[in-house]
Structure formats: structure tokens, C-alpha cells
Design a protein around this ligand. Structure first.
Ligand code: NAP
Length: 312
């Protein structure tokens, strides 16, 4: 196994990680960015973004490609497609299938993943009617009927997107009011292919080879009913990707990593940025901001370490 030394190793190559890479690279510390996948993170799967400043409308993949090119400009060392096996935060060691990284500072930018409904049939029908990515799978539902679960921006935006393909899209929400932004709601309410199923939760996803039914419960009346659908898209929020670090640092009840305003975690020299962090807003723009702050403070931390080492 090859051993590599870097001043800072960034775990995760989504918008937060790539932004940190730009700032750390520009801060003239040796920087590695490691991902289990290709770089770009979640936005690579977004069809379009219309709220990233400077771009009135840009494809998610295109924007992330620009981020990666920008990190390249500052000579960042990229390690995509790495199976990350162990992370020892205290000793700043990261082991992948191919390398052992020794760092002075670690920046965690591993993001978050879709929360599961946790109902019968969900796991069984993944790829056969259950999907967490409308952009990836929407086209399979041309002239079909699908259900989206949730009432936040993701659920409502993706439901509207799915109406491009599907004949009908149900939005099953556990309350009778959406959490999504007003502008997103207005677009949805105007869309004739959308039908809202209020005060309801999914109890089970059923089918034979493919999904053909969801069992729902009205939480106010307790009434159980069936919706004939070909696909189910749960969009009920995110859970942080923290399996590699859980227990090594301070987290909130849902597992999101707690930081101070400099993105410093409870472990000295370890910073957390973007969706993995406890934060009130999870957007590309906030991930980018976290990346800048975290990297600047990681650079300061490394400079202090180096200064103290010379003094000794
Ligand atoms: P979210 O805002 O946390 O919304 C999750 C939705 O799922 C809520 O409506 C919630 O219901 C519902 N829910 C949660 N747990 C559930 C369960 N077990 N069963 C049924 N329903 C459940 O998550 P998100 O929509 O994924 O968005 C995450 C973040 O990204 C937010 O900050 C959002 O604003 C942002 N985002 C922004 C944009 C944009 O600006 N264009 C697009 C996408 C996402 P309640 O409402 O009852 O809590």
C-alpha cells in the first residue's frame, strides 16, 4: 500500500469539498481530495440549478465540472473512486483500498444521502419502481403514474420535474401544508398533472416484479387506502454520511457533525463542511461558503503546527 503525506486531506468531492480544495490549494498547503465516486457530489445529478449566484440557469453536472477545473488550477491532488476503509481523526490517518494518507488536517465533506421511508417494500423495489433520483430515473416513467413522498423543496421540485414524463404524479405529504418555498409551491399548484395527497404517510410499497401499488394511511382519520402507481420517489430529507467517523467526534441526534463558526469540529485539526455538518440550510451556495471557511481555518491550523514545529 502506497503511503502519502499531505498537509490537508479533504474527504468528499461535492461542492463543499471542491470549494475547500480551491481555497486550500490557493492557500499553498499540499492538498488531496478523496472521493468514493467521481467528483461533483449530489449536484451532478441535478438537472438544473437556478439559484447559484452568477448563473441564472446551469446544469448541475456543468457547474460541478467548473468547480473541479477550478480546483485543478491550484494543483490539488485528486483521488476519485477510492474505497475509504478507515479514518482515524485523532491521528489524521485515512486508509483506502490503495493508499494510506497521513495528513496534518482533515476536512470532512462527505455530504448526506436520501433518508429512507423504512417501510415494507422500499428496499426490495429499489431499481424496480423505487428511486431516490428523479433526474436519473424519471424518463423510465413516460406515460406512467408515480408518487413522490415529502413536502420539502426536493419533493415538490422533483414532482414537477417528473410531470415531464409521467401522466400523473401524486405528492404524498404527512401534513396539509408544504414545507417547500412559496415560489416552488406556486409552480406546483399550477401543474395539472400533480395531485396532492395530504395528511398521509406511506405504509407499504407493493408490486410483483415492479411496483404497482402504495398503501397509504391518512394520519388524521386513520383510513387506509391504495394508490395504483408504477413508481415511488421518496424525498423526505437527508441523513449524513458519517459511518466512518461516528463516535470519533461530536454529532447531533441525527448524526450531523457539530462545528463552530470556523467549521472546526470537536477534534483538533478536523473540520466539517457542507451537508454533513449541522447547519440550517443545505444548498450548493452554503456548501461552497462552508468550504471556503473550513479550508481557510485548516490552512491557519497547519501554519500554526508548522510554526510551532520550527520553534521547538
Ligand atoms: P426537507 O426540507 O427536510 O423536507 C423533508 C420533507 O419530508 C418535509 O416536508 C417533511 O415533512 C417530510 N418528511 C420527513 N420525514 C418524513 C417521514 N419519515 N415520512 C414522511 N415525510 C417525511 O428536505 P429536502 O426537501 O430534501 O431539502 C433539504 C434541504 O435542501 C432544504 O434546506 C431545502 O430547502 C434544500 N433544497 C433547496 C432547493 C432549492 O432551493 N431549489 C432544492 C432542493 C432542496 P414536514 O414538512 O412535515 O417536516
Amino acid at each position: 500500500m502506497e503511503k502519502l503525506n499531505f498537509d490537508t486531506v479533504i474527504l468528499g468531492g461535492g461542492p463543499a469539498g471542491l470549494s475547500a480544495a480551491i481555497y486550500a490549494g490557493r492557500g499553498a498547503v499540499s492538498t488531496a481530495i478523496v472521493d468514493t465516486n467521481m467528483f461533483g457530489g449530489q449536484p451532478s445529478n441535478y438537472l438544473e440549478l437556478e439559484n447559484y449566484p452568477g448563473f441564472q440557469l446551469i446544469g448541475g453536472y456543468d457547474l460541478m465540472e467548473k468547480f473541479e477545473e477550478h480546483a485543478d488550477k491550484f494543483g490539488v491532488n485528486k483521488f476519485p473512486m477510492q474505497e475509504i476503509k478507515f479514518v482515524d481523526l485523532k491521528n489524521k490517518k485515512i486508509t483506502t483500498g490503495e493508499y494510506e494518507f497521513q495528513a496534518k488536517s482533515i476536512i470532512i465533506a462527505t455530504g448526506a444521502q436520501p433518508m429512507k421511508l423504512g417501510v415494507m417494500g422500499e428496499k426490495e423495489f429499489i431499481g424496480r419502481g423505487v428511486s431516490y433520483c428523479a433526474v436519473c430515473d424519471g424518463a423510465f416513467y413516460k406515460n406512467k403514474v408515480v408518487a413522490v413522498v415529502g413536502g420539502g423543496n426536493s419533493a415538490v421540485e422533483e414532482a414537477v420535474y417528473l410531470t415531464k414524463f409521467a401522466d400523473k404524479v401524486y405528492v404524498i405529504h404527512r401534513r396539509n401544508e408544504l414545507r417547500a418555498d412559496k415560489i416552488v409551491q406556486e409552480r406546483a399548484f399550477k401543474n395539472e398533472k400533480l395531485e396532492f395527497v395530504w395528511d398521509s404517510v406511506v405504509k407499504e410499497i407493493q408490486g410483483e416484479n415492479l411496483v404497482n401499488n402504495v398503501v397509504i394511511e391518512n394520519v388524521k382519520t386513520g383510513e387506509i387506502s391504495n394508490l395504483s402507481v408504477n413508481g415511488v420517489f421518496p424525498y423526505i430529507g437527508m441523513t449524513p454520511n458519517v459511518e466512518l467517523f461516528s463516535g470519533q467526534l461530536q454529532q447531533d441526534a441525527r448524526g450531523f457533525i457539530i462545528t463552530d463558526e470556523t467549521m472546526q469540529t470537536s477534534v483538533e485539526g478536523v473540520f466539517a463542511i457542507g451537508d454533513v455538518r449541522k447547519t440550517p440550510l443545505r444548498q450548493v451556495v452554503t456548501a461552497v461558503s462552508d468550504g471556503a471557511v473550513g479550508a481557510v481555518y485548516a490552512v491557519k491550523y497547519i501554519e500554526t503546527l508548522n510554526y510551532n514545529a520550527i520553534k521547538r
